[in-house]
Design a protein around this ligand. Structure first.
Ligand SMILES: [Zn+2]
Length: 401
């Protein structure tokens, strides 16, 4: 096993001054405790780490306009902030088979875990092959910010009461955020469509992307085979970016009690693939779209979802987002195309009568840039939105009513 030692080696090689003897890695899978007091202080002085509660509420207003999204909240934080959840579901699903639950910002400064989650939302709301493949059988629940008080109070690791809610799951009286998430998980587990995959999104100071793998001493031999298959399925789509399953091995000394994953294991054993994913918590972090694509494609493969008869490769890691949709004639419509790399492209609207309208694009090659135009000159009706580049053509629908 190269797990613990390689993590420590990486941290040391980045120049952090740490004492190996005093570390208990199971107590801090994200590596915060390996930082010096000075480094910890500099992290806490940052405002919201680039994405605060009001940013989330703004985004919720946009997501809510999407036909696939239903937003609500699972409870309140210690200071009374709503703990929002997005349910992403295609109402036309003939047969719901799987549920995936994803939550981020348990540790407020680990915003990279959220950025990867945000790209997963973008992909799911696109009309790409991957989105269709997943939403033909899977319902997603996404909790973007489980610790909003910590985000707003600039606490790197804790909630308003100074408690690290990641390791607060084994106590008799857990914090409000843990209680809310626990109730949400319990309710879903008792429903007709229980959770099959739970992703707990963090980011690690070792500056690597990896899953926190649970050893068979704390799970079971057959579960570890599933864990390996799950991690490999995702890694297949981002070989150079995501570490092997044995990069970080936990629970070698048995099942702990304090984590969401151990709560799942103790209650539901191998029914749920519950894992922490660690993105990179460092200045060289990025590639969130690619990461999100790998996570979702890997989940689709893990569930053995049909390929929809189309050739499938990472080159199609693209998505087309259209908001609001349906739109009114007074709407300002936003179109953004996320592509594997920056390429020249054009966007056209095609009316049901065959009229083609070119949408002017100012930044012609940048992936993810938002094109905004007003619908005021367009007749009401259904339009095909066509994105075309030399690599790919993507089609979306836009309804103006
Ligand atoms: Zn963390």
């Amino acid at each position: 096993m190269k797990n613990i030692y390689s993590t420590l080696f990486l941290v040391i090689s980045l120049g952090f001054n740490i004492n190996i003897q005093s570390q208990n890695l199971d107590a801090d899978k994200c590596g915060f405790n390996l930082l010096s007091e000075e480094q910890k202080k500099s992290i806490v002085s940052t405002t919201n780490w680039g994405y605060g509660y009001s940013d989330l509420e703004t985004d919720l207003g946009i997501w809510e306009q999407h036909a696939l999204v239903d937003t609500s909240f699972i409870g309140y934080s210690e200071l009374g902030r709503k703990l929002y959840v997005l349910n992403i579901k295609d109402e036309s699903i003939v047969e719901e088979e799987f549920r995936v639950s994803i939550h981020a910002r348990t540790h407020p400064n680990e915003v990279q875990g959220w950025y990867a989650t945000n790209e997963m939302i973008n992909i799911l709301l696109s009309e790409t092959v991957l989105a269709q493949r997943l939403l033909s059988k899977v319902v997603f629940s996404v909790i973007p910010m489980i610790n909003p008080d910590g985000v707003e109070l600039h606490k790197a690791r804790e909630n308003a009461n100074g408690v690290d809610i990641e390791s607060n799951w084994g106590t008799a009286m857990p914090e409000a955020e843990v209680e809310a998430l626990k109730s949400f998980f319990t309710e879903k587990m008792e429903s007709d469509l229980p959770i099959d995959v739970m992703l707990n999104m963090h980011s690690a100071y070792a500056c690597k992307r990896y899953f926190v793998y649970h050893h068979e001493n704390g799970t079971s031999y057959s579960y570890t085979s599933d864990e390996k298959r799950f991690i490999k399925s995702i890694q297949n789509y981002f070989e150079e970016g995501i570490e092997d399953w044995d990069y970080y091995v936990s629970w070698s000394n048995g099942t702990p009690t304090r984590y969401p994953e151990s709560w799942f294991w103790r209650k539901y054993s191998d029914e749920v693939m519950a894992l922490t994913y660690e993105d990179m918590n460092c200045s060289s972090a990025g590639d969130y779209e690619k990461t999100a694509f790998a996570l979702l494609s890997g989940i689709a493969d893990y569930f053995e979802l049909e390929m929809l008869g189309l050739d499938y490769s990472p080159a199609i890691s693209s998505s087309l987002n259209i908001y609001p949709n349906p739109a009114s004639q007074s709407s300002s419509i936003h179109i953004s195309a996320h592509t594997y790399r920056d390429v020249e492209y054009r966007i056209q609207l095609i009316s049901t009568g065959g009229r083609i309208i070119d949408i002017p694009i100012s930044q012609t090659s940048k992936s993810g840039s938002v094109i905004e135009f007003r619908a005021s000159n367009l007749p009401k009706g259904l339009y095909m939105v066509k994105y075309s580049s030399e690599e790919i053509t993507m089609l979306g629908r836009l309804l103006i009513n």
